[in-house]
Ligand binder design. Sequence first.
Ligand code: ADP
Length: 322
Amino acid sequence: MSKKTIAVLTSGGDAPGMNAAIRAVARTGLTSGMRVLGIRQGYNGLLEGDLFEMDLRSVSDIIHRGGTMLYTARSPKFNSPEGVRQAAEMARKMGIDGIVVIGGDGSFRGARDLTSEGIPCVGIPGTIDNDIASSEYTIGFDTAMNTAIDMVDRLRDTMESHSRCSVVEVMGRRCGDLALQTGIAVGATTILVPEVPFDLDKDVVERMRFTKKTGKKHFIIVVAEGVGGVDRLAKDIEARTGIETRATVLGHVQRGGSPTRRDRVVASEMGYRAVTLLAEGKQNRVVVMRDGKITDLDITEALAMERTFNKKLYEIALKISI
Ligand code: ADP
């Protein structure tokens, strides 16, 4: 039997720890006797045949780096039945027997479509938003959270000195996990997330007034990107409370930086498992974390799952940050 050839790509938004996952995929494949190809710029690179042969040293000195050595892209061309067919043809031409796709739900839809076109794919969840329903954890989340915490801690120093209020937008378009965890960790007076509707007077202004009466002089309001409108919010808060209020959007700094221990370790475990699945002839699977353990699920089933927001943790946050 000829040597199995696998390929790896990163797709959608980048996340710290993707490099550690690429490294694990390449090394597991190579040490299991496979040929390993790196595909540049996500599905675009597959369509264009932009790939290269990897050896053990191709992934040296990347475990501690943010971003992705394979670059990433959103590929509108791939996102059509014709695009998927063309990509599958290219994969066949390159002798690819399986692909590891590191990305979010959008990338997994592509992986599912490619699998149905005859190219076995396995997904690894990589996104700082932690917005993948099938997995409790996504690579990059811990790093992004720690970056956000560090930035808000810095803001806090200056807010404290001037007795101000800081409205901070953290990433998370559909998912408030980053806001929730960051909010708890920085002791935010209020956390606004897309999953929980809010009333400005009751949930923000009243809480600030109450806390002020107990002696608090500076305030942090953490807002998820999906809620948005932080400039307006800051103006409204200032108008209603008389407390000088500033808005800060943390933005893409949260996407970069050296991955934390957690992201490096989870990425390594997930990369190893993805290649093991392909070696066993499995396909259309996504590697996930469930009950704290690394396991895998059918991609189609995984994509049909609905995310649940940790309401209990949200309630705890509101109870203690007062
Ligand atoms: P993420 O993977 O982070 O969710 P996107 O949603 O932008 O990011 O998806 C990344 C890429 O995956 C898209 O640019 C596209 O090429 C591919 N993709 C997304 N949705 C689909 C789909 N329904 N079918 C096929 N490919 C898709």
